[in-house]
Design a protein. Structure first.
Length: 111
Protein backbone atom coordinates (compact mmCIF):
# COMPACT_ATOMS: atom_id res chain seq x y z
CA UNK A 1 0.00 0.00 0.00
CA UNK A 2 2.85 2.39 0.74
CA UNK A 3 3.72 4.41 -2.32
CA UNK A 4 0.52 3.54 -4.19
CA UNK A 5 -0.44 6.18 -6.68
CA UNK A 6 -4.17 6.48 -6.03
CA UNK A 7 -6.29 8.38 -8.49
CA UNK A 8 -9.73 9.73 -7.64
CA UNK A 9 -12.57 7.92 -9.35
CA UNK A 10 -15.76 9.69 -10.39
CA UNK A 11 -18.98 7.70 -10.73
CA UNK A 12 -22.62 8.55 -11.42
CA UNK A 13 -25.59 6.26 -10.95
CA UNK A 14 -29.35 6.35 -11.31
CA UNK A 15 -31.25 4.99 -8.31
CA UNK A 16 -34.91 4.06 -8.08
CA UNK A 17 -36.72 6.27 -5.56
CA UNK A 18 -40.41 5.43 -5.68
CA UNK A 19 -42.99 4.59 -8.32
CA UNK A 20 -41.70 6.09 -11.60
CA UNK A 21 -39.18 8.44 -9.94
CA UNK A 22 -35.41 8.14 -9.81
CA UNK A 23 -32.54 10.04 -8.23
CA UNK A 24 -29.10 10.77 -9.62
CA UNK A 25 -26.25 9.96 -7.26
CA UNK A 26 -22.57 10.79 -7.68
CA UNK A 27 -19.31 10.14 -5.91
CA UNK A 28 -15.67 11.11 -6.26
CA UNK A 29 -13.43 8.88 -4.19
CA UNK A 30 -10.10 7.11 -3.83
CA UNK A 31 -11.08 3.79 -2.29
CA UNK A 32 -14.56 3.77 -0.80
CA UNK A 33 -17.43 5.63 -2.47
CA UNK A 34 -19.60 8.02 -0.49
CA UNK A 35 -22.66 8.58 -2.66
CA UNK A 36 -24.47 11.93 -2.70
CA UNK A 37 -27.74 12.72 -4.48
CA UNK A 38 -28.45 15.77 -6.61
CA UNK A 39 -30.55 18.37 -4.83
CA UNK A 40 -32.29 21.46 -6.14
CA UNK A 41 -33.34 24.78 -4.58
CA UNK A 42 -37.06 24.78 -3.80
CA UNK A 43 -39.08 27.86 -2.84
CA UNK A 44 -42.77 28.71 -2.94
CA UNK A 45 -43.36 32.34 -2.05
CA UNK A 46 -41.38 35.09 -0.35
CA UNK A 47 -43.43 34.82 2.84
CA UNK A 48 -44.34 31.12 3.04
CA UNK A 49 -41.27 30.00 4.93
CA UNK A 50 -41.04 27.06 2.55
CA UNK A 51 -37.61 27.18 1.03
CA UNK A 52 -35.01 24.44 1.17
CA UNK A 53 -32.67 22.17 -0.73
CA UNK A 54 -34.77 19.23 -1.84
CA UNK A 55 -34.04 15.87 -3.42
CA UNK A 56 -34.32 16.13 -7.19
CA UNK A 57 -36.55 13.41 -8.66
CA UNK A 58 -36.45 12.46 -12.33
CA UNK A 59 -38.25 10.17 -14.74
CA UNK A 60 -36.05 7.47 -16.27
CA UNK A 61 -35.59 9.46 -19.50
CA UNK A 62 -34.79 12.72 -17.68
CA UNK A 63 -32.27 10.94 -15.46
CA UNK A 64 -30.57 9.17 -18.37
CA UNK A 65 -30.38 12.41 -20.37
CA UNK A 66 -28.80 14.31 -17.48
CA UNK A 67 -26.39 11.51 -16.57
CA UNK A 68 -25.16 11.41 -20.17
CA UNK A 69 -24.06 15.06 -19.73
CA UNK A 70 -22.28 14.52 -16.38
CA UNK A 71 -18.65 13.51 -16.91
CA UNK A 72 -16.83 14.83 -13.83
CA UNK A 73 -17.15 16.94 -10.69
CA UNK A 74 -16.98 20.13 -12.77
CA UNK A 75 -20.35 19.20 -14.28
CA UNK A 76 -21.76 18.66 -10.78
CA UNK A 77 -20.33 22.03 -9.71
CA UNK A 78 -22.01 23.70 -12.72
CA UNK A 79 -25.34 22.11 -11.77
CA UNK A 80 -25.04 23.46 -8.22
CA UNK A 81 -23.83 26.85 -9.45
CA UNK A 82 -27.15 27.31 -11.29
CA UNK A 83 -29.16 26.13 -8.28
CA UNK A 84 -27.17 28.35 -5.90
CA UNK A 85 -27.83 31.36 -8.15
CA UNK A 86 -31.57 30.60 -7.91
CA UNK A 87 -31.27 30.47 -4.12
CA UNK A 88 -29.31 33.73 -3.95
CA UNK A 89 -31.86 35.54 -6.17
CA UNK A 90 -34.69 34.26 -3.99
CA UNK A 91 -32.93 35.30 -0.78
CA UNK A 92 -32.25 38.79 -2.20
CA UNK A 93 -35.92 39.21 -3.21
CA UNK A 94 -37.03 37.93 0.18
CA UNK A 95 -34.67 40.29 2.02
CA UNK A 96 -35.92 43.22 -0.08
CA UNK A 97 -39.55 42.29 0.63
CA UNK A 98 -38.97 42.10 4.39
CA UNK A 99 -37.01 45.36 4.46
CA UNK A 100 -39.91 47.17 2.73
CA UNK A 101 -42.91 45.47 4.33
CA UNK A 102 -41.95 44.12 7.74
CA UNK A 103 -40.74 46.72 10.26
CA UNK A 104 -39.58 44.02 12.72
CA UNK A 105 -39.66 40.27 13.03
CA UNK A 106 -40.40 40.16 16.78
CA UNK A 107 -41.04 42.95 19.21
CA UNK A 108 -41.31 42.51 22.94
CA UNK A 109 -44.06 44.76 24.25
CA UNK A 110 -43.11 45.80 27.78
CA UNK A 111 -45.94 46.79 30.14
Amino acid sequence: MIGMNLKKKFKVRISHFKHEYYTIDYTEHYLFPSWKSLYFWFDQTLTSGTECWSLNLFTVKEAEDLVSKINNMNDIDQYYKIETEKMNKFKAKQREYYEKNVPYKNKLMEK
